[in-house]
Design a protein around this ligand. Structure first.
Ligand SMILES: [Zn+2]
Length: 345
């Protein structure tokens, strides 16, 4: 183990059939597999940065199984992240930093052990001049499959299009793997829907297989009608210490029970997210794009209802209270064009 992670140039016996929950019995900790292929410029794939999101692992296992005899067409660097949280089926262990907020560019202190580990993984990958980077996630709510990019350059959009026509441009949160590796190569996060669904793994397999086989990404931008480009403008959180429910139980925020069905819908002003309880709590609206952008107010609370005060497109709405506590209630997005300009609602 160096700087908190292991490097292996072969797979340990049993790895290809090992569920995420039992990797901890097989690996010494977070592990970077550095696996050779015919094209030496590696694809970097990160999985299990969130311990309960296993589609990236199962996709990688399937691909490595298929290529076991004939070898990989392209070198693959596979990072298997938070196996301790995976053993507990948790996003992260209680009190631990989110492993997708620790990468270069993170606001966390340089001397935090996980920040040092992420920096060391990044430095290792940088030396190998990666071809592309893919960070594979699941989410807990009802969402279409989509990719996220921090840059709108044609190569990034081309990589994202290999997975989905829905592409979300984001700057916040800081410290994600996708943002860090964007400094080295085309880099995306993919959200494959709920963990455990066969369709999530199949879709991740297609993406990784495509990246192992293609030679290069086009330098020209795609046709605008071929992509649905969205940007995260705001991150919505119940304030620390507030209570919330999704089943009508008494709480500061009583969100509607089907709230995750709103994901990626173009919502009009007045759309209701639920009702306030007895308190006069307000949702926190944090900036989603640039450092200095102060987001507009997005909700009004007249009559004790929580309603959108302007049109918006939500993502990541979930009924999982742990996900809300650890991350947020949702992201609010607007459409943008290929130059990054906001398209009026
Ligand atoms: Zn995740």
């Amino acid at each position: 183990m160096r700087a908190g992670f292991a490097v292996m140039d072969r797979l340990p016996d049993g790895f290809l059939d090992c569920p995420a929950s039992r990797l901890i019995e097989l690996l010494p900790g977070p592990t970077l597999f550095d696996l050779p292929g015919r094209d030496p410029k590696p694809l970097f794939v990160s999985t299990l940065l969130h311990g309960n999101e296993d589609s990236g692992l199962t996709a990688a296992q399937d691909i490595l199984r298929r290529h076991a005899s004939r070898g990989l067409n392209r070198s693959l660097m596979l990072f298997v992240g938070n196996i301790a949280a995976a053993a507990e089926n948790l996003r992260a262990l209680p009190g631990e930093f989110d492993h997708n907020r620790i990468w270069p560019g993170t606001p966390l202190a340089d001397d935090e052990a996980l920040v040092r580990m992420a920096r060391a993984v990044y430095d290792y990958v940088e030396r190998r001049r990666p071809f592309a980077a893919i960070d594979i996630h699941n989410n807990t709510g009802f969402n279409p499959h989509y990719s996220c990019v921090t840059k709108l350059e044609p190569k990034f959009i081309s990589l994202a299009q290999l997975f989905s026509r829905i592409i979300v441009h984001f700057q916040r949160p800081r410290g994600t793997a996708a943002a860090a590796f964007a400094n080295l190569c085309p880099s995306i996060t993919v959200e494959c829907g709920k963990a455990g669904a066969g369709s999530a793994t199949r879709h991740a397999i297609e993406l990784v297989e495509a990246c192992l086989s293609i030679d290069h990404f086009p330098d020209h931008p795609p046709a605008s009608q071929d992509v649905d480009l969205l940007r995260t403008y705001a991150i919505v959180k119940p304030p620390a210490g507030s209570s919330f429910s999704f089943d009508g139980a008494a709480a500061d925020f009583q969100f509607r029970s089907d709230i995750d069905r709103l994901n990626f819908s173009e919502l009009a002003r007045g759309e209701t997210f639920g009702a306030l309880g007895a308190s006069d709590a307000r949702l926190e609206i944090l900036p989603g794009d640039s450092e200095d952008h102060i987001p507009d107010e997005y909700f009004d609370y007249a009559g004790g209802k929580i309603r959108l005060s302007r049109p918006a497109i939500p993502a990541m709405l979930t009924l999982d209270p742990r996900a809300v506590r650890l991350d947020c209630l949702c992201y609010l997005m607007h459409r943008i064009d290929l130059d990054g300009a906001r398209i009026p609602d």
